[in-house]
Write a new protein. Structure first.
Length: 280
């Protein structure tokens, strides 16, 4: 189990948490992948049931098995009462704009589903990671890569009701969205009348897991606005001491005018998950 996205209280303390089952639930065998997804989803839903004042649940889907994922999506949302689903930035090298996923996005769009996307290693990472920890750079680049795929394949405009959440402050998107828009219009034949890259990215949500201050979150807010920023801890992959240190940087950072990052991200989370506002 991975716990990542959280709600912040006024003083910077996490007051409610969404438990995220490991989004990778497939190891080359569709039936085994479906069974594993069901097992971790039942476990996560049980935590939410047992402690509803503390936990929510994002369900795992057994991608790249689309048929199995459609079935698990329906079971998770209709039977388990999951708050959304969790995916990885690519599944066996297939990024989220791949045509084979279109039935899944259509189903999620009809449901206005919340989709939390955590990065993973890109294909052939051995050639580019230089034997350094992949989460340091490759995860960040892979979030950017999969968002760009959703943009350039038109998924974000065809399925505007999916509530996408990406992590780590949007990766390098605050720096690269302008460049992506230049290529969309000048080199790829995109119409200037269509939604710009920046406009499409502003429909997404981003958490602040990792190292949000002093630079990451201010750059994100400047590029796309602060109303799409959520708190994220990256716990338990980030140890408790690291999470506490990150919260301290949030509390000690320059705060929004007349506001705090804790209060702002809590309000944003309540807009995304209105049913959680009753727990505050």
């Amino acid at each position: 189990m991975q716990s990542h996205l959280q709600l912040m209280g006024q003083g910077g303390i996490a007051t409610a948490m969404l438990s995220v089952s490991s989004p990778g639930a497939h190891f080359g065998d569709d039936q085994a992948g479906r069974a594993l997804a069901r097992e971790v989803n039942e476990f996560g839903a049980g935590l939410k049931r047992d402690q509803p004042d503390r936990f929510g649940h994002f369900a795992s889907l057994p991608l790249p098995d689309v048929e199995g994922s459609l079935a698990e999506l329906a079971y998770a949302l209709d039977t388990l009462g999951s708050d959304g689903v969790a995916l990885e930035s690519n599944c066996e090298g297939l990024y989220l704009g791949n045509d084979r996923y279109e039935p899944l996005w259509a189903a999620m769009n009809r449901r206005r589903a919340v989709v939390f996307v955590h990065p993973t290693s890109p294909p052939c990472y051995e050639a580019v990671s230089l034997d350094r920890p992949r989460p340091m750079l490759e995860f960040i680049f892979d979030s950017t890569r999969t968002v760009s795929d959703l943009v350039f394949t038109g998924v974000l405009t065809r399925c505007p009701d999916i509530q996408w959440i990406f992590t780590h402050g949007g990766g390098t998107l605050p720096l690269l969205a302008d460049r992506m828009e230049l290529f969309r219009t000048v080199f790829l034949g995109g119409s200037p009348d269509d939604p710009t890259v920046q406009e499409q990215v502003r429909t997404l949500w981003f958490d602040m897991a990792g190292s949000p201050f002093p630079n990451q979150v201010p750059a994100l807010a400047k590029a796309f606005g602060s109303e799409i920023v959520l708190y994220g801890s990256d716990y338990c992959w980030t140890p408790a001491a690291g999470t506490a240190a990150q919260i301290a940087t949030v509390d000690n950072a320059t705060q929004p005018d007349g506001d705090t990052w804790g209060a702002l991200t809590t309000r944003n989370a309540h807009r995304l998950f209105p049913h959680l506002a009753d727990r505050a």
